[in-house]
Design a protein around this ligand. Sequence first.
Ligand SMILES: [Zn+2]
Length: 288
Amino acid sequence: MVIKLSYKTLLFFLCVMMVAALCFWAERQPRFSVTVNTAPKGTPVPIIMYHHIMEQEEDAGDYVITPQEFENDLVYLKSKGYTGVTGAQLIEYAENGTPLPEKPVFITFDDGYESTYRYAFPLLKKHGFPAAVSIVGKFADIYSGSIAKDISYSQMNWQQIKELSDSGIIEIGNHTYDMHEANGSRKGCRINEGESEEQYAAALADDIGRLQDKINVMTGKKPQIFAYPFGFFCRESVDTLKQMGIRLSLGCEEGTAYVSDSDSLINMKRYNRAHGKTSEAFFKKILK
Ligand SMILES: [Zn+2]
């Protein structure tokens, strides 16, 4: 029996075979495109996270370095051609494309220790680096009262915070008014299990808004920067922070931040600077 195929049917089968051949070929190709798609987009900006500074080596540790180590870091960064940038510059770059210097680095301090005021502030001025200092509102209130103070644990009072802000080189960031607990009723400012999104948004807005307003009253500037306590991030916090005026948030996940659009400014990666390494050894894997 002779099967007669019409011209149209023949063309159809030819097409099917071509598509099948193309699929087979595509399957066997190395997945170059996948590699390209997962490569980070944007400008790499190393963000360094500092906390506390103490003079004695024996007091130093993972979150405490010496003034000498901090100064060595600044001198080292400068010698390698790095320029300190502000959070405002990163926001301008992400939102409006305003160019950044060729080798940007962003210096950040969390918690608002008095040691930031006493040791870091003069060194930042001396070496021409700006920094973002994210404070806990409750601590600032407590240390503005008549409480025993010691540089080994004291936090900055509002007068010191205002002085930093007025200098023009320090941006004051929000580190929550009273959600700086790793093991309290919630982890930092993260949503609790079983908590509704509405309940959470109200609790977060209450706390963050309180400190936004207080910093605005005390310094005349409303923060645009937020640091997640202990790096406890959750998606549900993003919209509320935005509504409170936050445009850049800092996390604790280790890595280089890549700045492209405004979403790239959410929960930015940082490098914790611990005690015990030379600046060269610390920055070796960070500055490429
Ligand atoms: Zn903290």
